[in-house]
Design a protein around this ligand. Structure first.
Ligand code: SF4
Ligand code: SF4
Ligand code: SF4
Ligand code: FES
Length: 558
């Protein structure tokens, strides 16, 4: 037996054992990417690097392949080793072409999962699209009409011809809900026993209520006016006088009332015509509730002064990442901290402050809402865009009328048009975003995806008209798909082609991946640690019969 020390822990293992296996025996997990347990190591990624000090020398070795030697001292969890792992990941990402999250989702201040919503619409799953929208976005119907549309400005398709009508399609899903006189209510987590008082029933306050309630907190919204979103209503009526053809205030107010009613149906308590007075001492309020959110615009200044909170240039001073004031139980968001701001920013503030308050209530630490880690491939060349466009059905951009303003419109045919418009999406998000091991490790080690971005190859895609697609730009040449294919007898199989950083996976005789992999296709896709190998999206089968759609809804339409 050989005895080695890994991060200070001693273990005795038989000769021939790899460092990775020895580490596992003492409960130390060394990250791996190209290595597939039970298969011969490929040693191509170097993510499993460790520092090995043997008598007289010290080296960096891949733990998945290097065998132990007696007396080795091995370091895995040191800053030096982490730095090398980060660099190994950055080198892989330098040769990467793709985006984990689509530009539209990253640009949306609420980070709505636009590609999933569009996929659900393409597949005629309007209820699914509604669930995606409403779980993530309060006031989606209002935003569908009044948002300044940063997602559409960032849409990759807009670099090619016209961007996808993301906002309109989202709006249509909420209109569909409203016209059925239904309200989708997302699930509410079990009661936490915590209470949040929200001062102000404006857009930010009610948005925060929507998200906090979903987390299982008891939420009370207190509003000095006799109507929720009173300031919004007043501004809307002022701005649409004289009437504009673009915005119909009556339709907007109808949508607003529907969305406020849905928030209240979720179990949010609202107390109208009940101001929180600056004379009310903060300690006595905090005897009744666990956290207070100031979402009452300019009125928040007065409360903040009375409660000895700090004031900034635009309102109440907060930590801009956690929305926490200098009193740990008091938070502020929306126009209470920013002065004037856009509608979508108000909703996003509601979502982010709810996340921060939830973190504070359950973990005693306000959670800093952070954007998930993503490779961003930036601007694409015309050739690359053409390749993407060739993958999507040819549909011209068309504007969809508002069914609430035009009740004579046939909703079924409008939904069919929505399916076609959703087909225009380039599907820029990565199919493996939630399972990609490269992405998980890159986020874990804080890898900078752009450190070596000058090495990035142009986008390419190999499908040869089949339903198994290979994107070389996302391939890390780990060979796991080759190993998976080797296990299935009677198929053509795949192998490495090219040299150095250009090494990729190829099929014999220019056959498609579907033909070459045959019965092994799904196993190879599952073996791939990135999003390089995947199946084409199932083509849409729009269901235009509203009664049928409603009958088949599996989630909580009421
Ligand atoms: S393969 Fe992984 S890292 Fe690359 S774009 Fe997809 S999810 Fe992101
Ligand atoms: S083409 Fe689709 S996935 Fe890409 S940015 Fe536009 S809406 Fe998003
Ligand atoms: S396609 Fe094959 S070689 Fe490329 S990353 Fe996926 S499993 Fe590895
Ligand atoms: S070199 Fe060890 S996991 Fe890739």
């Amino acid at each position: 037996m050989y005895t080695v020390t890994i991060d200070g822990r001693q273990v005795s293992v038989p000769p021939g054992t790899t460092i990775l296996s020895a580490a596992e025996r003492v409960g130390i997990t060394i990250p791996t990417l190209c290595f597939w347990p039970g298969k011969p190591p490929q040693s191509s990624c170097f993510v499993c690097v460790v520092k090995v000090t043997a008598p007289g020398s010290s080296r960096f070795l891949p733990a998945c392949a290097a065998p132990v030697a007696d007396g080795m001292i091995i370091e895995s969890e040191t800053a030096e080793v982490h730095h090398l792992r980060r660099r190994a990941l950055e080198l892989l990402l330098g040769h990467h072409r793709g985006d984990c999250l689509a530009p539209c989702q990253l640009a949306c201040p609420v980070h709505l999962d636009v590609p999933i919503m569009l996929q659900q619409i393409r597949q005629g799953d309007f209820h699914g699209a509604l669930v995606t929208i409403k779980q993530e976005m309060a006031f989606a119907g209002l935003l569908g009409r009044l948002c300044n549309r940063p997602c559409e400005k960032a849409c990759r398709r807009s670099q090619f011809d016209q961007g996808v009508s993301i906002c309109t399609l989202k709006r249509l899903m909420v209109d569909w809900e409203l016209l059925q006189q239904a309200s989708f209510l997302p699930p509410v987590a079990p009661a936490t026993g915590k209470t949040v008082l929200i001062v102000g029933a404006g857009i930010t306050g009610l948005s925060a209520a929507w998200y906090l309630r979903q987390k299982g907190h008891h939420v009370i919204v207190r509003e000095s006016d006799s109507l929720p979103a009173a300031r919004f209503r007043k501004t809307l009526l002022e701005q649409t006088s004289p009437p504009s053809t673009e915005i119909d205030p009556q339709t907007i107010l109808r949508v607003l009332d529907h969305e406020v009613a849905t928030i209240l149906q979720l179990g949010v308590a609202i107390e109208l015509s009940r101001a929180v007075s600056p004379q009310e001492p903060l300690p006595s309020l905090l005897r009744e509730v666990d956290a207070v959110l100031l979402a009452c615009g300019g009125e928040a200044r007065e409360l903040a002064s009375a409660w000895n909170l700090e004031l900034g240039r635009d309102g109440v001073a907060v930590d801009r990442q956690t929305f926490q004031t200098r009193h740990p139980q008091v938070f502020a968001a929306g126009t209470a901290i920013r002065g004037k701001t856009s509608l979508v920013r108000k909703v996003a503030d509601g979502k982010e402050v709810a996340q921060a308050i939830d973190g504070f209530l359950v973990g005693n630490r306000p959670e800093k809402p952070a954007l998930p880690w993503s490779v961003r491939s930036g601007r694409w060349q015309e050739e690359e865009l053409r390749l993407l466009a060739a993958q999507t059905a040819f549909v011209e951009a068309a504007s969809l009328p508002d069914p609430l303003r035009n009740p004579q419109i046939d909703l079924s045919s409008l939904l069919e048009q929505a399916v076609q418009q959703a087909e225009r999406c380039f599907r820029c998000n990565c199919r493996a975003a939630s399972s990609c091991k490269l992405r998980q490790l890159a986020a874990q080690y804080g890898a900078d995806p752009n450190r070596y971005s000058s090495l990035r190859p142009p986008f390419s895609l190999i499908d040869r008209q089949s339903d198994v697609i290979y994107e070389p730009g996302k391939c890390i040449a780990c060979g796991r798909c080759v190993q998976a294919a080797e296990e299935v007898p009677g198929i053509l199989g795949i192998s490495f082609v090219g040299r150095g950083f250009d090494v990729r996976i190829g099929t014999p005789f220019d056959r498609s991946f579907a033909e070459a992999l045959g019965a092994a296709a799904d196993a190879c896709i599952a073996a791939c640690p990135t999003g390089a190998l995947y199946r084409r999206e199932v083509s849409s089968s729009p269901c235009s019969d509203l009664a049928e759609i409603r009958k088949s809804c599996s989630m909580g339409g009421t």
